[in-house]
Design a protein around this ligand. Structure first.
Ligand code: GUN
Ligand code: ZN
Length: 432
């Protein structure tokens, strides 16, 4: 663990971004067929054509041949405590929460169980190429401790918060307005800004918080405005109808957050599928982030997120697995699902846009874009090395490719953890 002091040179194909491909097209991507990355003191010091690299005399070189070196994936919304119940059959959101999710989350008061699942989750996420994750924990402070302890030991840049619920959940999973405030505050003070960790104030969603709890968390956020605040917004129509009945004075779902101090530039809203025009305008006005969770939106039957419309309107959008409402730990599979949903919506996403969403897009949504999510000088060296021929099916298609995008797209559509050839975390090569 820790930073490697010897300068490291990585050779291979390289891919980074100089702009946003949703605004500026494919020219926003910078690809070097025979590229080199110089890593020094945990950061990317230089990227360019290998024949232009000025080699530090004591550097160590790793030659990845034809493989693709790029920023590690950033999963902007997931629930690590749902790792063991991913792919639970046959329910829509509210029944899925009550029947599968809450009983599993109730186990996380046990620190040993929380530690076991946290380690399992990080093993799975990293093996799929994810280097930063923003997770919900459970209501138990122990679940947050387990997550941050494990992330810290792995040297990861990772975010999470205690999930707060004081109504409409089983008694074992309910805190109170006061305990949610107190526990969140204590965890925030202990973990926020420690190493590469960040605390996220986390009311689960309006249906499971009283107005008093939302107010308490709004007050905590006002005291710590540099923290992110994450929650769910407008995922399913039944949920939206329920929110309207629980908050009769609110003009829409977003208003249930705004009225309690839970809307701002550092807010991150998961799903955001069935937004009303006022909600879209207001979110853009304050600059809050939205997170597209495509495998979850199909798996739980939620609907189609308007990625093309929202990005064109200037919204900040990230990409996420939403494990375990999502059906995969893989950001490659998640990009494929985003592509498929885009097709259903009449917009074919370019591979550059998909890869940008899974790295810079997510990083921007989490306000970490100057630290992670791009292969560029100054960025923290959280990198993945992709094998673009990881299965026979992918290899035979990639062999036909005439452009870099044709070479990458089969891995986006058909790739899984076998495509993740290597990983660097904070400038250190991942071992084991
Ligand atoms: N809405 C409230 N809680 C959850 C959750 O755990 N998963 C998903 N997908 N939606 C939610
Ligand atoms: Zn979620």
């Amino acid at each position: 663990m820790g930073m490697t002091t010897t300068p490291q040179i990585l050779l291979g194909q390289t891919l980074g971004f100089t702009a946003n491909p949703f605004a500026d097209g494919v020219a926003a991507a910078q690809h070097h067929r025979h590229g080199a990355v110089l890593v020094e003191a945990g950061h990317v010091a230089w990227v360019g054509p290998a024949d232009q690299l000025q080699k530090p005399p004591n550097a160590q070189t790793t030659d990845y041949g034809d493989k693709l070196i790029m920023a590690g994936f950033v999963d902007a919304h997931l629930h690590y405590p749902q790792t063991a119940m991913i792919a639970s059959w046959g329910k829509r959101l509210i029944d899925w929460l009550n029947d599968y999710t809450f009983p599993e989350e109730a186990r996380f008061g046990d620190p040993a169980y929380a530690a076991t699942i946290a380690a399992r989750y990080f093993d799975l996420a990293q093996s799929h190429g994810t280097t930063t994750m923003c997770s919900y924990a459970t209501i138990h402070p122990e679940s947050v401790e387990a997550y941050f302890s494990e992330a810290q030991a792995r040297g990861l840049r990772a975010l999470a918060g205690k999930t707060c619920m004081d109504r409409n959940a089983i008694p074992a999973l309910q805190d109170s307005a006061q305990s949610a405030y107190d526990d969140s505050k204590a965890l925030l003070e202990k973990w926020h800004g420690v190493d590469r960790l960040g605390y996220v104030i986390t009311p689960r969603f309006s249906p499971t918080s009283t107005p008093e709890q939302l107010n308490a968390l709004g007050a905590l956020w006002a005291e710590h405005p540099d923290c992110l605040m994450q929650t769910h917004l407008s995922e399913q129509l039944e949920e939206i109808a329920w929110v309207k009945s629980l908050f009769p004075a609110a003009c829409d779902y977003l208003d249930t957050y705004e009225a309690h101090g839970l809307l701002g530039e550092n807010a991150v809203f998961g799903h955001a599928i069935h937004l009303e025009p006022r909600e879209k305008d207001r979110i853009r006005e304050v600059g809050a982030g939205l997170v597209h969770c495509p495998t979850s939106n199909t798996f739980i039957g939620s609907g189609i997120f308007d990625l093309a419309g929202l990005t064109a309107a200037g919204h900040r959008v990230g990409l996420a697995t939403d494990t375990g409402g999502g059906s995969s730990f893989s950001m490659l599979r998640t990009m494929a699902a985003a592509y498929e949903l885009g097709q259903l919506n009449g917009a074919a996403l370019h591979p550059a846009q998909l890869l940008w969403l899974a790295t810079q897009g997510s990083a921007q949504t989490l306000h970490l874009e100057s630290n992670i999510g791009n292969l560029a000088p100054g960025m923290e060296a959280d990198l993945v090395v992709l094998d673009l021929a990881s299965t026979p099916a992918i290899a035979q298609r990639a062999a036909r490719a005439e452009t870099v995008w044709e070479a990458i797209f089969p891995t986006i559509m058909m790739g899984d953890d076998r495509a993740i050839s290597d990983m660097w975390i904070g400038g250190a090569r991942r071992t084991g």
